[in-house]
Design a protein around this ligand. Structure first.
Ligand SMILES: *Cc1c(COP(=O)(O)O)cnc(C)c1O
Length: 352
């Protein structure tokens, strides 16, 4: 059976972004590939990136993702960014996954062979040991030969006002001074773009920026390229007569006879339902309006005056058509949500 929607992934764009970000940060990168590589497809993203010298390793959010990633033989370290359950620690250690520690209570359960990047909470208040505890926990890990890295996460690096990010980096610098020589990392994508080189850092962890997206006020820092182009197939074409309505709730009524294409992508594929009323697709070099409510599996598009046939592929978003940021704004979601929401029915296709 054929897919009805495809996410085309550009290996060139990903490599371009990783090179640019690594050069800007002055350090090798950890590529976050959590949530199916931000919706791009774990397998495809690993295949496109594992040979890149700018890439030190990968980061995931769940033990399940760590196991999936190791099974793909990435040939690089895999860092787990959240606590594992005690009964998962042995398997993760056997897989060679770098574990997360965010509390002194977690040390006792660590298998002897475990290697850890210690997380320090400098202000995000999500995970990590408090800065005043970090040196003690770090030294305990060092005594056990388990401390492989030290990191923190910035809560507001995407804010034009960097004062809180600076405060976090300041706290982190104090911790690093107490644990000298341990490879450290702090910057997410916005942090890399906003700060560039950060003294004393060994690595950086840009996620969304690696996939080609920057906060608007940082868009000029580096020429990032969107990695994903989403396309969907036309299932049928029909005429809506003047006065007739389209889709659930009849939200849109034709003022004149309108040629409508039923396109096989819907909110179950990640196209935001709340974009109904504003959404557009890219057809033969033009923007065309989505008619009425977006359905689970399909949406209807005004293709009046165009030669569109069943089986044609239309562009839902991409580098040279409609940017994901715009679609996300129509749907009232962040680009992160839009991309991670790209569904499992969407085929991922990796190309140069
Ligand atoms: C997701 C994540 C990142 C990447 O964040 P972006 O905003 O996508 O650059 C970095 N570090 C941690 C701990 C994360 O959870």
């Amino acid at each position: 059976m054929q897919p009805r929607a495809r996410a085309h992934l550009s290996a060139d764009a990903l490599a371009h972004n990783l090179r640019g970000l690594s050069e800007h940060a002055g350090v090798p990168l950890i590529l976050p590939v959590k949530a199916n590589a931000y919706g791009h497809g774990l397998k495809e993203v690993v295949r496109a990136s594992r040979e890149l010298p700018q890439l030190w390793g990968y980061a995931v959010a769940m033990p399940l993702e760590a196991a999936e990633l190791v099974a793909l033989n990435p040939g690089k370290p895999v860092l787990l960014l959240t606590p594992a359950a005690p009964d998962e620690l042995r398997e993760l250690t056997d897989l060679g996954v770098l574990l997360h520690v965010s509390s002194p209570d977690e040390l006792a359960a660590l298998p002897p062979a475990a290697r850890v990047h210690l997380k320090v909470d400098t202000g995000m208040n999500r995970l990590g040991v408090r800065p005043e505890q970090a040196a003690e926990v770090g030294r305990k890990l060092q005594e056990r030969g388990q401390l492989a890295g030290l990191y923190t996460h910035l809560a507001s690096a995407d804010d034009p006002d960097l004062s809180s990010a600076r405060r976090q980096l300041e706290l982190f610098a104090q911790v690093r001074a107490e644990l000298p020589g341990v490879p450290a990392h702090a910057a997410n994508g916005a942090g890399v773009l906003a700060f560039g080189r950060l003294p004393g850092m060994a690595l950086a962890r840009p996620g969304l920026a690696s996939y080609g997206y920057a906060p608007a006020h940082l868009a000029q820092v580096l020429p990032l390229r969107p990695v994903m182009t989403l396309r969907a197939r036309v299932g049928a074409v029909h005429t809506v007569r003047a006065g007739e309505s389209v889709s659930y709730g009849g939200l849109w009524t034709a003022r004149q006879d309108t040629l409508a294409a039923t396109v096989q992508v819907g909110y179950a594929d990640g196209y935001p339902r709340n974009a109904s009323g504003q959404a557009q697709l890219w057809v033969q070099g033009q923007r065309r309006d989505v008619l009425g409510r977006i359905c689970m599996d399909q949406l209807m598009l005004d293709v009046s005056g165009l030669d569109v046939k069943p089986g044609d592929w239309l562009e839902v978003w991409g580098e040279d058509s409609i940017r994901p940021a715009e679609v996300a704004a129509w749907g009232g979601v962040a680009e992160y949500e839009l991309l991670t929401g790209v569904g499992t029915r969407v085929e991922r296709v990796l190309a140069d």
